[in-house]
Design a protein around this ligand. Structure first.
Ligand code: ZN
Length: 295
């Protein structure tokens, strides 16, 4: 059978999210992988099964972690450790004659929003993904900006407090250690001495519970510092907020925006539009699809 259509995959810690485009129709789907993610063989096998099912002529893949553009290997990926060090492109191409492009998931989330979502027509677009971690992606004049090695825009691992909390990356005081699901959980624990998941805390905030709202206000203040750093270094015309935290607590955008005004220079603040992203959990797969379409 002839290969047809273009596939975008986003390999995360829990699901492979799938977007398939053929004859201008788009299909979305996802495969649960949390139970097999510790085995590279099983993960690769799952990718082959997805390729068999859709039989695309091109595939784009978004991966969580640092993707080395020169060596074409995933270098560091806390959520899918089993794929670290592997050349996924080569492994797939040994069995499948396919065009494959791979990039970091947060970069591709930005590119997906640029092509298919809330980033259309922007000149300099930043997309922040607030979830388990804090991802950043940048699209400049319609092209993903990845840096020399592929690791640009790791905004989550820029320091906002040199004596701050330990981040999942091991550094102290990274923005991510405050603006992420585990940041929310820590802030809540410090305030109440009770451990709850970020999802539970956000639900309490949405129900109007004081401590939970105060935690989200604190998170939004840290987020505002991250946004200020972005405004002062990049001067974008649009910043999108994406990810599970934002989807469940969209108010964080307004909270951060009101803090940002007093923090930042007025010039980059004047020209930036801060909005919620549109593609939800599929932004990375849409970006992977768009990247495959572009080659
Ligand atoms: Zn970090």
């Amino acid at each position: 059978m002839n290969k047809e259509g273009i596939l975008g995959l986003d390999i995360g810690g829990t699901y492979i999210k799938i977007v398939f485009k053929k004859d201008n129709q788009i299909i979305k789907d996802k495969e649960y992988i949390a139970d097999i993610k510790s085995s590279a063989d099983k993960l690769i096998d799952k990718i082959f099964k997805i390729l068999e099912k859709y039989n695309p002529k091109k595939v784009g893949i978004a991966v969580a972690g640092l993707y080395d553009e020169k060596e074409e290997r995933l270098i560091q990926s806390p959520n899918i450790k089993s794929l670290e060090g592997l050349n996924i492109k080569q492994i797939i191409q040994e069995k499948n004659d396919l065009d494959i492009v791979i990039q970091n998931d947060a970069t591709l989330a930005a590119y997906g929003e640029y092509k298919y979502g809330a980033g259309k027509d922007s000149k300099i677009l930043v997309c922040l993904t607030l979830g388990t971690g804090l991802g950043g992606g940048l699209v400049v004049n319609g092209k993903p900006f990845i840096g020399v090695s592929g690791s640009a825009m790791e905004i989550g691992h820029t320091t906002i407090d040199t004596n701050g909390w330990i981040c999942h990356c091991g550094r102290k005081g990274c923005l991510e250690s405050y603006v992420s699901s585990y940041g929310i959980e820590r802030l809540y624990f410090i305030k109440t001495d009770i451990y709850k998941t970020s999802f539970e805390i956000i639900t309490l905030a949405n129900e109007g519970k004081k401590e939970a709202i105060e935690v989200m206000e604190e998170v939004s203040k840290y987020l505002a510092y991250g946004l200020m750093n972005i405004l002062h270094t990049i001067n974008p015309d649009r910043i999108l907020l994406a990810g599970g935290i934002v989807e469940n607590y969209p108010l964080i955008e307004e909270m951060a925006y009101s803090n940002l005004k007093s923090l930042s220079f007025s010039l980059p603040f004047r020209d930036v539009d801060i909005k919620l992203a549109k593609l939800g959990e599929f932004s990375g797969s849409f970006g992977a699809l768009a990247l495959a379409e572009s080659v």
